[in-house]
Design a protein around this ligand. Structure first.
Ligand SMILES: [Zn+2]
Length: 130
């Protein structure tokens, strides 16, 4: 398999060159930064992953990069996205920023619900007529 070049983020990133990928691979001795298992690059796809995701404040620097199995990367990315989204929501909450669509429009108080009148059992309605 092969090293995969892919850029999905919107953050400006440094170019991942072949020599940079090799340097990162060597620095980690081909160990996946996510599952800590050796990557068999002849059989498995791998990717240079940011150890601390950029969206979580990680730097796009080589010391923050390491090789990862493509499948591990997908799991890590999903977890990172969740963490980033959660951090964002927390910050918004702390700052009192609310989604306008979720903002509640004040409603006049509702009339209290009338207590439902208990109906007698159906059979008893006809009992006397027969
Ligand atoms: Zn892995």
């Amino acid at each position: 398999m092969a090293f995969i070049h892919e850029d999905v983020g919107t953050t400006k990133r440094k170019k991942m060159t072949k020599s940079r990928a090799l340097k990162i691979w060597e620095a980690h001795k081909g160990i996946c930064v996510t599952c800590k298992q050796a990557i068999d690059a002849t059989r498995e796809d791998w990717f240079v992953e940011h150890i601390i995701a950029l969206e979580l404040g990680g730097k796009d620097e080589d010391p923050n990069c390491g090789p990862a199995h493509l499948s591990c990367k997908k799991d890590k990315d999903a977890a990172d996205h969740r963490a980033a989204a959660q951090a964002k929501r927390r910050k918004q909450h702390q700052l009192g920023i609310k989604d306008p669509s979720r903002k509640r429009i004040p409603q006049p108080p509702r009339a209290p619900k009338k207590p439902s009148r208990e109906m007698p059992a159906r059979r008893s309605l006809y009992k006397d007529a027969s």
